[in-house]
Design a protein around this ligand. Structure first.
Ligand SMILES: Cc1ncc(COP(=O)(O)O)c(C=O)c1O
Length: 403
C-alpha cells in the first residue's frame, strides 16, 4: 500500500533529522487520538446550540470546552475556535473589520511579515501600507510607525510576524491606532505557545482588539487556528469566520486543539521557558562559531527563533538539508529578492526534550555541515545517533514516541 509506505518512510526520515523549521511542531499521542475520532466525519455548521444539522449536541460540548480552555489560557473576552488555518483566521478578520479598498498597515515580508498581510489581503482588495521597521533592533520602528498611522489612517494595524525575535510595541501602537479609528490585530501564530506559557508579551492585556494565531507552531496543537477578540467585536468576527471563510471546521482537529490547550495549561510554562532558553543557547553558540546571528546586542532572541545572515539563504538551507538539518531561508530587511537569511526554530527539538547542551551540539552540527568538516555521510550518521536519544514527546501527560 503506497500511502502507508510513504507514512512509514516519513516517520523514519523524521527519526534521522534535526527539525528546526520554526513553524512546525509535533503533537502528543492524546492530540493524535483526537484526529482519528468520529468527529472527523461530522459537520457542525453554525454556533453552539444553533447548528444547522442535527446530531451536534456532543460537538457543542466540545466547542464549549475548547472556548473555555482558550479563555483560561489567554484571558480573552471572546474566542472563535473555528478557523482551519492562520491564513483563514486573518481573512476572517479582514472580512469582519474592513471594507474592500481599505488600507491596512503591516510589516513587509522582508521584515518578517506574513504573506497573508499582503497577498491574502488582496482577496478583500485591501491596500497594504508598509509598517516602518528598524533593522538594527529587528523590530517595528515605533516613532515612524506612529507617524505612519496618523498620516495614512489605516482601517487595521497588523502587529506580529513570521520572523519574530522580540515583542512588538502593542500598547504604544494601540493608543495611536484608536485615535485614528483603526483596530489593532496581533497575529500571534508563531508565538502562541510562548504567550500561553507567559514567556512572551501578552497582546490581549496590552490592548490588541483581535489576536489571530495558528495553533501548531510554538503551540503544540493540530494545524488550525484561533481568533480571540474583545466582546464588542464578537458578532462581527464570528460572522467573518462562519459562514464567510469556513464551512466545515474540522471537528476532529478542534478536539485535538482542546487537548493541546489542556496540555499547555499543565505544562506550558515549563515548555515555553525551555524554548526561549534553547533559542538563546543555540544563537550564542552559532555566534561564537563565527556566524552572523542577528541582534547580538539584544541577546539574539526572546522567542523560539534564531535568525542568521548567511548571504545566500537558499544555498545554505540546501546544504543543511543534505546533512539532515531542516531550516528555511528567509528574506532580511536589506534584501531585494534573494533571501540572505536562514530562520531556525527550536520549539520541536525542545518538545523532544533537548536542552541547552543539545543546542550547542546542534550548532556544532550546523558548523560541521556548512564548513564541510566531515563527509556528509558521517555527519548524517552522527546526527542519527544524536537524535536517537530524542525521539520522545515531552511536556505531556505520558511520554511516548514522537514519530
Ligand atoms: C505570522 C503568520 N500568520 C499566519 C500564518 C499562516 O498560518 P497557516 O499556515 O496556519 O495558514 C503564518 C504561517 O506561517 C504566520 O507565520
Amino acid at each position: 500500500m503506497e500511502v502507508f509506505d510513504l507514512i512509514r518512510q516519513q516517520s523514519e526520515y523524521m527519526k534521522s533529522v534535526i527539525p528546526l523549521i520554526a513553524s512546525e511542531n509535533v503533537t502528543s499521542k492524546f492530540v493524535r487520538e483526537c484526529y482519528l475520532s468520529d468527529f472527523g466525519h461530522r459537520y457542525a455548521m453554525g454556533d453552539v446550540e444553533k447548528r444547522i444539522y442535527s446530531g451536534c449536541n456532543i460537538i457543542d460540548r466540545l466547542e464549549e470546552l475548547a472556548i473555555k480552555y482558550t479563555k483560561e489560557l489567554f484571558g480573552c473576552e471572546h474566542a472563535n475556535v473555528k478557523p482551519i488555518s492562520g491564513t483563514i483566521a486573518n481573512l476572517a478578520v479582514y472580512r469582519a473589520l474592513t471594507e474592500c479598498g481599505d488600507k491596512i498597515l503591516a510589516l513587509p515580508v522582508k521584515c518578517g511579515g506574513h504573506f497573508s498581510f499582503h497577498d491574502s489581503a488582496n482577496v478583500r482588495c485591501l491596500r497594504t501600507v508598509e509598517m516602518p521597521f528598524d533593522p538594527s533592533e529587528f523590530n517595528i520602528d515605533l516613532d515612524n510607525a506612529k507617524k505612519k498611522i496618523i498620516e495614512e489612517r489605516p482601517k487595521l494595524v497588523i502587529l506580529g510576524a513570521s520572523v519574530f525575535l522580540f515583542s512588538h510595541p502593542v500598547k504604544e501602537l494601540v493608543e495611536v491606532a484608536h485615535e485614528v479609528g483603526a483596530r489593532v490585530m496581533y497575529d500571534g501564530s508563531h508565538v502562541l505557545g510562548l504567550i500561553a506559557g507567559k514567556e512572551f508579551q501578552d497582546p490581549i492585556k496590552e490592548g490588541a482588539d483581535v489576536v489571530t494565531a495558528s495553533t501548531h507552531k510554538t503551540f503544540p496543537g493540530p494545524q488550525r487556528a484561533v481568533i480571540m477578540c474583545k466582546e464588542e467585536l464578537a458578532e462581527m468576527i464570528d460572522y467573518g469566520v462562519m459562514p464567510c471563510v469556513v464551512s466545515n471546521h474540522h471537528i476532529h482537529s478542534l478536539a485535538g486543539y482542546a487537548m493541546a490547550c489542556i496540555e499547555m495549561l499543565e505544562f506550558g510554562r515549563d515548555y515555553a521557558r525551555q524554548i526561549v532558553r534553547n533559542a538563546k543557547a543555540l544563537a550564542e553558540e552559532l555566534y561564537n562559531l563565527g556566524y552572523n546571528v542577528l541582534c547580538p546586542h539584544l541577546e539574539f532572541t526572546k522567542s523560539h527563533q534564531v535568525v542568521v545572515d548567511v548571504g545566500n539563504g537558499c544555498e545554505v538551507v540546501g546544504k543543511l538539508e543534505k546533512a539532515n538539518i531542516l531550516t528555511n531561508p528567509c528574506l532580511l530587511p536589506w534584501d531585494d529578492d534573494k533571501a540572505s537569511g536562514i530562520r531556525i526554530g527550536v520549539q520541536e527539538v525542545t518538545r523532544l526534550g533537548m536542552k541547552e547542551d543539545e543546542m550547542r551540539e546542534i550548532a556544532r552540527f550546523i558548523d560541521m555541515a556548512l564548513k564541510d568538516k566531515k563527509p556528509i555521510k558521517d555527519i548524517k550518521n552522527e546526527i542519527k545517533e544524536f537524535k536517537s536519544n530524542f525521539l520522545t514527546v515531552k511536556y505531556t501527560f505520558e511520554e511516548h514516541p514522537a514519530y
